[in-house]
Write a protein that binds this ligand. Structure first.
Ligand code: MG
Length: 94
């Protein structure tokens, strides 16, 4: 279970909503870029454990950023975990 400081994120998004929403758009873009680097690595077909490890570290950081943003959006729009879980369950059944 990943934990995000909800009090902090709630305060941040309510204090400066426009900036925080901008960050919530930028962070997924950074994750996309990190995934793109993995794709490039796979396309090269060369397995370099050191490089793979640095790609994983970069992915980890960007995944964390997106987790924080998702929680921020969830808190700002008062979206419950149950609501998200229902969508996940629905989509995984398709
Ligand atoms: Mg980031």
């Amino acid at each position: 279970m990943i934990k995000v400081n909800e009090d902090l994120q709630f305060k941040l998004i309510n204090k400066d909503t426009k900036t925080q929403l901008l960050i919530c758009m930028e962070e997924p873009a950074e994750l996309i870029q990190a995934i793109s680097k993995v794709q490039r690595y796979l396309n090269e077909g060369v397995i370099n454990p050191k490089y793979k490890s640095s790609l994983a570290a970069n992915l980890c950081e960007e995944i964390a950023d997106v987790y924080i943003c998702l929680k921020k959006l969830q808190l700002y729009f008062d979206i419950s975990d149950d609501c998200i879980q229902e969508w996940i369950d629905y989509k995984e059944k398709r």
